[in-house]
Write a protein that binds this ligand. Structure first.
Ligand code: GDP
Length: 394
């Protein structure tokens, strides 16, 4: 069996096990490393061709610069990752990073249950970090933290291990302050803690990361990181404590599955009657319920044309189904349904609740549309977003 065929079989199995799915996003201030992290997670998890992933391992930086950006235009990329002997399907949904796209960020936030907040260790928490984190918290999306570019603390700033720790603690404290202010009722559960591994430190570019739980397995902690980086031996560090393993372990352990998340999130993102059959179907992530789908992005496929990508909260999508695009007062017939394998779309006979789905045929849908088998389904709440203060030129 080819590797791709094996991967399709795995995804086909995992998509029916919502407790093994994580729908997440990555948010960051511009240049803090969101693209580099996304690409290297995908490569590390083996989701881009072996050839490319293999090459990337040996590329020098100029070439690596050319190869980066695989995930940059994707609506969603998926990864399969093994954690404590079980495989999981991780969907990384594009959450546009720029403040100009505030509405898009919030819309994408609605399709995820958790986010990795990426912060540059040198710059620390920046205004845009705060904006995107606030948006996540408002949507009841749980954060974990990745402090990136730790290599710069040693190579550029030449900090001592103590000074390094001080900086990292400062980032954690600032993130926790925001969580406490925005979500006091969730603070105890959601606060970022070094000890439980809801924060990881590392370098997306040099492909290594560390966390307290990972250290227990790899033996690589701060002292070792310092030693390797002082010797400029990041390759060894990346081999002993690889970025994708540490970060994806954190995602699986700390971010909720759709089953867990939808229990609480539906009442935040949907203003219909939670006790109605459709409300309860979403709360339970029921594949047998009516279809409740929120479109996050329309992509143009060279062969299929327009493809609507979104989060399926309840029901099961199949080709031939008629769906109401409730916000547009239109009815469209589903032509094909599929999911993602890495950055590629694969078509399948059906896709159940809890997944990120790619649908061909919803010609009236736009980003933000609500699609359902019920004509009078309440659309997902209209999107509000927090805008940045406007700076005017004198
Ligand atoms: P984005 O704007 O958040 O998507 O950031 P990018 O992923 O495009 O990264 C911005 C710049 O930071 C690029 O030049 C990356 O090569 C660089 N970068 C990303 N991660 C690291 C890292 O871990 N260490 C260092 N030194 N540079 C990094």
């Amino acid at each position: 069996m080819t590797r791709a065929k094996k991967m399709i079989d795995k995804i086909k199995e995992l998509m029916y096990m919502p407790e093994r799915i994580r729908n997440m996003g990555i948010v960051a201030h511009i240049d803090h490393g969101k693209t580099t992290l996304s690409d290297n997670l995908l490569a590390g998890a083996g989701m881009i061709s072996e050839e490319l992933a293999g090459q990337q391992l040996y590329l020098d930086f100029d070439e690596q610069e050319r190869e980066r950006g695989i995930t940059i235009n994707a609506a969603n990329v998926s990864m399969v990752h093994e954690y404590k002997g079980k495989e999981y399907l991780i969907n990384l949904i594009d959450t546009p990073g720029h403040v100009d796209f505030g509405g898009d960020v919030t819309r994408a936030m609605r399709a995820v249950d958790g986010v990795i907040v990426v912060v540059d260790a040198v710059e620390g928490v920046m205004p845009q970090t705060e904006t995107v984190l606030r948006q996540a918290l408002r949507e009841n999306v749980k954060p974990v933290l990745f402090v990136n570019k730790v290599d710069r603390l040693i190579r550029e700033l030449e900090l001592t291990p103590d000074q390094m720790q001080e900086r990292l603690i400062k980032v954690i404290t600032e993130v926790n302050k925001l969580i406490k202010a925005m979500k006091p009722e969730k603070y105890k559960e959601w606060m970022i803690k070094v000890e439980d591994g809801s924060v990881a430190f590392g370098s997306a570019l040099y492909k290594w990361a560390v966390s307290v739980p990972a250290m227990k397995e790899t033996g690589i902690g701060f002292k070792e990181v310092y030693k390797y980086l002082k010797e400029d031996n990041w390759r060894e560090l990346a081999k002993k404590s690889p970025l994708h393993r540490v970060v994806l372990d954190m995602v699986i352990k700390h971010l909720p599955s759709p089953i867990e998340a939808q229990k609480e999130r539906i009442k935040v993102i949907w203003k219909g009657d939670i006790n109605s059959p459709e409300g309860q179907a979403m709360v339970k992530c029921d594949p047998k319920g009516p279809v409740a789908l929120m479109i996050t992005k329309i992509i143009i496929d060279p062969h299929a044309g327009e493809v609507a990508v979104g989060r399926l909260y309840s029901g099961t999508l199949r080709p031939g189904m008629e769906l109401y695009i409730v916000d547009r007062k239109a009815k469209n017939r589903v032509q094909t349904v599929g999911v993602f394998m890495g950055p590629k779309r694969i078509e399948l006979p059906e896709v159940p609740a809890g997944n990120i789905v790619a649908v061909v045929g919803l010609k009236d849908a736009v980003a933000g549309s609500t699609c359902s088998t019920l004509e009078n389904f309440t659309p997902f709440e209209s999107i509000k977003h927090i805008s940045e203060p406007v700076v005017t030129m004198a």
